[in-house]
Design a protein around this ligand. Structure first.
Ligand code: AMP
Ligand code: TRP
Length: 337
């Protein structure tokens, strides 16, 4: 076994293309973490079906999500990047965890409360209710030590810790209790048309969303039309100049330069120049990623082979933990014949 700490995170295959906020807020972070950790990254398709889905689109988005992660630098030989449903142990352990989760405790999950309130009772399924126990299974199957997630997922990781401790005290030491690692908010990217709102795949209008896989000309137009202010100074000031500050954040991360050096370079030159510079930097980063994605999607057999290989690696770890949990609760083992 690797001596590096074990890390686990997941992303939903919920769009054809990632947006630049996913790239900066999640992907770049994961890319760095895979150097120092034994990292598992799953594309959580079983979570994706807890809300209504189009089957053909889900299949396609699962492939595309995998391709984008690989193209952007998740190395499938250093990290274990796989599709959740390819490893049956996730659904199996989730069932066991459901049996030690209180109804009241699951009802208190704020994501469930928000989503079910938005959808209404009729559209809200038992699957959506059990979303957090499936996520707990993801994490616990791999003896995970660290779970890097956004603030919105903190409560789910805390539930995971509670379930691990409860199981261990009822049935004996079985699971590693994971730590949450909250991804800093400094890398939060805002909508180009509405810099008060977080950029999101599910934004009502896409005019302010930069997609990793968009044509460069489309991205250029969106950046050139980004909302700024009447002041004219290229200065980072999140309060009073949210639009310009957002452009500076994106520029700084993508070009690996300090905001200060950008302020110096563009001092007295106006927003048009800043935007043109940003267009170039984004095209320079996303161009090669788009090409690599096209290559990966153009050879589906190779992508499938890669995912199958990684799923096998994941299953060999997960199956051992599942067997421990099954034995712990008293399920009679099926002996081989
Ligand atoms: P989502 O697309 O909301 O499922 O998010 C997937 C990952 O991308 C999560 O780790 C988010 O924290 C991150 N993310 C999504 N949107 C942004 C954004 N606008 N700025 C920074 N990170 C983001
Ligand atoms: N629920 C997470 C999200 O929406 C995705 C996820 C599923 C996850 N399983 C996980 C994240 C396990 C970390 C660990 O962002």
């Amino acid at each position: 076994m690797s001596s590096k700490p074990r890390l686990y995170s997941g992303m939903q295959p919920s769009a054809e293309s990632l947006q630049i906020g996913n790239y900066i807020g999640a992907l770049l972070n994961w890319k760095a973490l895979q150097q120092t950790h034994d990292a598992y990254f799953s594309i959580v398709d079983l979570h994706a079906i807890t809300v209504a889905q189009d089957p053909a689109l889900l299949r396609e988005n699962t492939r595309r999500t995998a391709a984008q992660y690989i193209a952007a630098g998740i190395d499938p030989s250093a990290s274990t990047l796989y599709v959740q449903s390819h490893v049956p142990a996730h659904a199996q352990l989730a069932w066991v965890l459901n049996t030690i989760t209180g109804f009241g405790e699951a009802s208190r999950m704020t994501q469930f409360k928000d989503k079910s309130a938005r959808q209404g009772t009729d559209a809200t399924t038992v699957g959506l209710f059990a979303y957090p126990t499936l996520m707990a299974a993801d994490i616990l199957l791999y003896d995970t030590q660290i779970v890097p997630v956004g603030e919105d997922q903190r409560q789910h990781v805390e539930l995971t810790r509670d379930l691990a401790e409860r199981f261990n005290s009822r049935f004996g030491p079985t699971f590693t209790v994971p730590e949450v690692s909250i991804v800093r908010d400094t890398a939060k990217i805002y909508d180009l048309q509405n810099p008060a709102a977080k950029m999101s795949k599910s934004a009502e209008s896409h005019a302010g969303v930069i997609w990793v896989l968009d044509e460069p000309s489309v991205t250029a137009k969106k950046i050139m039309r980004a909302v700024t202010d009447a002041d004219g100074g290229v200065v980072f000031d999140r309060e009073n100049k949210p639009g310009v500050s957002n452009l500076l954040t994106i520029y700084s991360v993508m070009a690996e330069r300090s905001v200060q050096s950008l302020e110096d370079e563009y001092a007295g030159r106006g927003y048009g120049d800043l935007k043109k510079g940003l267009v170039e930097v984004v095209a320079g980063t996303f161009g090669p990623i788009r090409e690599r994605v096209q290559e990966l999607l153009g050879d589906p057999a190779e992508l499938e082979r890669l995912l199958a290989h990684n799923a096998e690696r994941a299953a060999s770890v997960a199956d051992v933990t599942l067997a421990r949990a099954y034995a712990g609760v008293g399920l009679l083992p099926r002996t081989s014949q």
